[in-house]
Design a protein around this ligand. Structure first.
Ligand code: UDX
Length: 427
């Protein structure tokens, strides 16, 4: 059920409003099997279901806390309509204490209607990643359920049984612990990334190669290889919003979240690090330059542009009077929706078309097919023979062997060569 009837109509016709690998097939298959229906009619949805998941957005409001108006509107919609016992589960990422508010809102509506019905609430946070959502859901690391009801425990165990076959992934806990688990997980991952970004910048100063450091530390299972890739900062719909919401929650309880304050500051700085290198290379003068830009979405395999570092990079380039020719395999429509017909932006149909007439290349997203690049051809095409790579896609020596200057993130030794290069060409 969604209040957006246009979206519902599209889904009924098998059109998925976002790009997410594998989703279209699942929707098509289950619609065909009559397992899946879409509606914009709340009466129909509430009457139909024993278990209702609330999976609406919780955008940050002005002060950074999660805005619960959509979550609580669903709770009220349920309370106004339910005629028998129901279980209402919050899937949206919500601050600790929200399930109590959901329950209170439903009970209030029931009381107004003089109904005395049992209502169970639970928290079941979602840990899927965009671009890998289907697989993450089908083969979860863990299924966290916060509940104080045995009835819900049984329902959830049965509901998730198909995804819980090989080993038990269910983790039952208190409602508040489940709500906090989601924020703590995202904040920890964002912390890993910001930490590594800070180490990368230090590596640049020290002449060390952060990619070697990454290998060196990731091999310790206590640290692990995941989420220690330095880059141009984390984006997306979750990390920035959830870090802010947790900072806010801490603040409200007189506990400033000092680590998260730093995580956010480092990330904000990191998003502009590559542009600073561009400016340094061109000694502050990029007016009239044309930059090819590969990758726009906040990460590969999604068309999501929310908090994408590419936006800040493009905006800074435009501000300085440069032009951008950009290509992304999935996010072009979204970029058009955001920027319209921007005079500084040309969207091209292929990655190679973005290079035509460009002075330099900037890489913002590590889409797989950017990996196999022909450096000799790039050196031919880019008139200033320089690549600014925000995702450490290439081995510096290979790029440099083609006569290109290569800036990546945290690759100190190669950076030193690049800077030497840029001063020698500029005299
Ligand atoms: C995240 C969580 O991973 C997921 O568990 C939660 O449910 C939702 O939020 P998502 O936002 O889809 O998922 O993307 P994720 O793969 O976590 O990447 C987030 C951002 O971090 C991206 O901008 C990515 O480029 C960046 N990142 C990730 C790094 O810069 N370095 C890394 O090592 C990993």
């Amino acid at each position: 059920m969604d209040v957006d009837s246009q979206k519902v109509e599209k889904l009924r016709n098998g059109i998925i409003p976002i790009y997410e690998p594998g989703l279209e097939n699942i929707v098509a298959e289950n619609s065909k099997l009559d397992n899946l229906h879409f509606t914009d009619d709340a009466d129909e949805a509430v009457a139909f279901a024993d278990i209702i998941f609330i999976a609406v957005g919780t955008p940050p409001d002005e002060d950074g806390s999660a805005d619960l108006k959509y979550v609580l509107a669903v709770a009220r919609d349920v309370g106004r309509r339910m005629e028998v016992r129901k279980t209402v589960i919050t899937k949206s990422t919500v601050p600790v204490g929200t399930s109590d508010k959901v329950k209170a809102a439903i009970v209030e509506e029931l009381t107004t209607r003089n109904k005395d019905l049992i209502i169970d609430v639970a928290s079941n946070p979602e840990f899927l990643k965009e671009g890998a959502a289907v697989n993450d859901f089908m083969k979860p690391d863990r299924i966290v359920v916060g509940t104080d009801s045995d009835h819900v425990r049984k329902q959830m165990t049965e509901l998730y049984a198909p995804f819980n076959r090989n080993s038990d992934r269910m983790i039952f806990m208190d409602i508040r612990a489940a709500e906090l688990t989601k924020y703590a997980a995202n904040a920890m991952l964002a912390t890993k990334i910001s930490f590594m970004n800070e180490i990368a910048i230090l590596a640049e100063e020290l002449g060390a190669d952060v990619e070697q450091v990454r290998h060196g530390i990731g091999s310790d299972p206590r640290i692990g290889y995941q989420f220690i890739y330095p880059g141009i900062g984390y984006g997306g719909s979750c990390f920035p919003k959830d870090v802010q919401a947790l900072q806010r929650t801490g603040g409200e309880h007189g506990l400033p979240m000092r680590i998260l304050d730093a995580v956010e500051q480092v990330n904000a700085k990191q998003k502009l690090h590559l542009v600073n290198r561009v400016n340094q290379h061109y000694q502050g003068d990029i007016k009239g330059k044309t930059f090819a830009l590969w990758g726009l979405s906040f990460k590969p395999k999604t068309d999501d542009m929310r908090e994408a570092p590419s936006r800040q990079i493009m905006e800074a380039l435009w501000e300085a009077g440069a032009k951008v020719q950009a290509y992304d395999p999935e996010a072009m429509e979204e970029v058009e929706r955001i920027y319209g017909q921007h005079p500084g932006l040309l969207l091209t149909g292929t990655r190679d078309a973005a290079l035509t007439g460009a002075d330099a290349l900037i890489i913002c997203t590590e889409w797989q097919h950017f990996r196999a690049a022909n450096f000799d051809a790039l050196a031919e095409t880019l008139s200033d023979k320089v690549i600014f790579d925000g995702r450490n896609m290439y081995e510096p020596s290979r790029v440099e062997a083609a006569g290109l200057t290569y800036y990546a993130i945290g690759r100190g030794e190669s950076l030193r060569r690049s800077l030497l290069d840029s001063t020698s060409t500029k005299g």
